[in-house]
Write a protein that binds this ligand. Structure first.
Ligand code: ZN
Length: 660
């Protein structure tokens, strides 16, 4: 049929001539020889090839002579451990040679050997006679080193470089490749590539089998492999209209949280409603179809969660993960659905969640709520368009923080008037919601980065701002504390942005007011949160860092948060936050009210304000939106939780369910 030859086909052909023909397929071997052990299976006893029919073809190509590489991407619980054990058993019994099993860590592969592999050998008579007992005098068999006639099986952790660079290997079995350490084993590069290099000596008879649940879009090893394979998917026929389709969780529909047990699968052909038992029957009668049958020698299988898990269980898991936050939702996507997670989805979920939090907030911008004991501020200068970005934040007991106001001051930064306006903002009193004395900003950190370093230094030297305005700069290396003086005599502080961002993102996940909780005024817009989530952690030359996603995303708000934390650190940690908060909440005496004087403590009190610089209300400052960012969405879309379309967009779902 196919008159074209490819190198892989040539190799495959050569392999069939060089090796004795197999006497049995992997699937037949499992049915005949595999006995499931009591401790690792709910259905101990003989292997049943009809229980999960989709496993049969995976077993066959994983053990045949013509498929060099097999990549299986799927949700957890599709039976991957049992399939891997069957493949081990087949090669030990039928086609022995040097084998290597790689798990993400040494501990994981040791555990696999003890709790999975050893029971299989014990319970399968044919294997028991081949693999000698570890406890016997034969010292050639250890937990990670099993010998048998014609070969050996070594267990290796992807985190241990020495194991990966050992002897030549013909059969390489890699489990959970997406959990292999990112930087690979030590400094020697990608652990997957290292392991694969071991198979080079067996050009015509090697077998590389890898399986995993996927991780993040663009960073997933298993997705990368699957995309280059012949891409087999499990097709099922609709029991009602016969429409042939692949399955996706996004086609599951339900009425409400109370009736998940009655969830249906919406047929993507005629929209027929398929019940759970009907769906399971259809899955059992399905078959693998390759999307790219022209790709030879590399079989890829995709097992989505919906193929192996009840609809109600997935729906429940989805709703719980959605409520719990982006991190939990990513785990659900990866392990339960077997789908890639798009980092943008996490950002959308987080932005939605914080917008909802802000809407429910009981204070507006410019007002200091009860609980705040200290006010600090930060300033960032930006060149296009020229402007100062100013953020005021309140600090309370246990790291609880409040955004008080974000102000943008546009104007030519070479001129004094913009800086004068900033000075007014820094020195103005901020009213308290509980009627306590209006508060003053105690410390303000100004980033000297950007094109206006000189202006920032000059501003910080203003007499009126003595003890309040501090020039700061991002540190290039991790440091013990979030801030340190660049040298003993310098006024400038270096800020450890990575440590600060770690804390900021960790605190944003706290969902109960109190320790570490972050408050936002009820008029906060979406752009604020988009900028707050503009970065994600990464590694740069082996050092932890943060990078923007996408690379040109505005991130001023995140930087301002970092510098507010720096300002607080520069001001210092009070001996007793609770006492500070209590003092701040004290009502002004009548005399104070008539005098309208600030309550500055003596030690850092600036000179009294000249009358002509009495600040204008903060709201008079125009807050401009950075270019190219969408206007905030109407709040009505937020009440229902995550808009489904947003979530599905990145996942390629076709769904039509509106049940959530
Ligand atoms: Zn149908």
């Amino acid at each position: 049929m196919n008159n074209y030859a490819s190198p892989l086909q040539e190799l495959a052909q050569a392999a069939t001539f060089l090796l004795p023909p197999p006497t049995i397929t992997g699937n037949r071997w499992a049915a005949e020889y595999r006995v499931l052990s009591q401790e690792d299976s709910s259905a101990a006893g003989r292997w049943n090839p009809n229980a999960r029919p989709y496993q049969n073809e995976i077993l066959d190509v994983a053990t045949d002579l013509t498929t060099e590489r097999v990549s299986v991407m799927g949700a957890s619980q599709w039976g991957k451990t049992q399939v891997l054990l069957c493949i081990c058993g087949y090669f030990i019994h039928i086609d022995p040679g040097p084998m290597m099993v790689v798990n993400p860590t040494v501990g994981a592969v040791e555990n696999w050997s003890k709790t999975r592999f050893t029971p299989m050998v014990r319970d399968c008579p044919e294997l028991r006679t081949l693999v000698s007992d570890q406890k016997s005098r034969d010292s050639s068999n250890t937990i990670l080193n099993k010998r048998f006639p014609g070969g050996l099986l070594v267990g290796v952790g992807a985190n241990a470089p020495t194991g990966l660079a050992a002897q030549p290997i013909r059969i390489l079995l890699m489990d959970e490749v997406d959990r292999f350490p990112k930087k690979g084993a030590g400094t020697e590069g990608d652990s997957r590539k290292l392991a694969e290099a071991r198979t080079a000596d067996f050009r015509w008879s090697k077998k590389i089998y890898e399986c995993s649940s996927p991780t993040i879009q663009g960073e997933s090893n298993i997705d990368d492999s699957y995309q280059r394979s012949d891409k087999r998917e499990w097709w099922v026929d609709c029991p009602h209209c016969g429409h042939r389709q692949t399955l996706s969780f996004w086609n599951v529909v339900w009425q409400d949280r109370q009736s998940l047990a009655d969830a249906f699968y919406a047929c993507s052909g005629g929209g027929c409603l398929i019940t759970e038992p009907e769906l399971r029957r259809a899955v059992r009668q399905g078959r693998w179809i390759a999307a790219r049958p022209d790709v030879k020698g590399h079989a890829g299988f995709y097992v989505p969660g919906i193929m192996v898990k009840p609809m109600a269980e997935l729906a429940k898991g989805f709703l719980e993960a959605k409520d719990a936050g982006p991190q939990e939702l990513q785990v659900f996507y990866n392990t339960q659905l077997g789908e890639l997670w798009n980092l943008r989805m996490g950002e959308e979920v987080a932005v939605e969640g914080l917008l909802k939090r802000a809407r429910e907030s009981t204070y507006s911008s410019g007002i200091v709520p009860a609980g705040v004991g200290l006010l600090v501020a930060s300033v960032d200068n930006q060149s296009s368009p020229q402007r100062l970005e100013f953020l005021v934040r309140g600090f309370g007991v246990g790291g609880e923080k409040w955004t008080i106001q974000h102000v943008v001051i546009p104007g030519n930064l070479a001129l004094a008037e913009v800086w004068d306006r900033l000075q007014e903002l820094i020195l103005q009193p901020w009213p308290r919601q509980d009627g306590g004395r209006p508060m003053r900003i105690k410390a303000c950190a100004l980033d000297i980065g950007g094109n206006f370093t000189g202006e920032v230094y000059k501003f910080c030297k203003r007499k009126m701002l003595a003890g309040i305005a501090h020039p700061v700069k991002g540190a290039t290396k991790p440091q013990a504390k979030i801030i340190r003086r660049s040298n003993k005599r310098s006024r400038m502080f270096l800020v450890d942005g990575v440590a600060a961002k770690d804390t900021i993102y960790a605190c944003l996940k706290i969902d109960k007011p109190g320790f570490g909780y972050q408050h936002f005024p009820n008029d906060t817009d979406q752009v604020y949160f988009e900028q707050l989530f503009a970065e994600k952690p990464c590694h740069r030359a082996g050092v932890r860092a943060y990078e923007r996603v996408p690379s040109d995303a505005p991130n001023e708000i995140l930087d301002l948060h970092v510098y507010c934390d720096a300002a607080q650190a520069i001001w210092g940690t009070p001996r007793d936050w609770a006492a500070l908060v209590a003092k701040a909440a004290e009502k002004p005496t009548q005399q104070e009210e008539t005098m309208d004087q600030p309550d500055l403590p003596e030690e850092d009190a600036p000179e009294p304000l000249p009358v002509e610089t009495t600040p204008a209300p903060a709201a008079a400052v125009r807050v401009i939106r950075p270019k190219g960012r969408p206007a905030p969405q109407a709040t009505t879309t937020l009440a229902a939780g995550i808009p489904l379309a947003n979530l599905q967009g990145g996942a390629g779902g076709s769904g039509g369910s509106g049940a959530w």
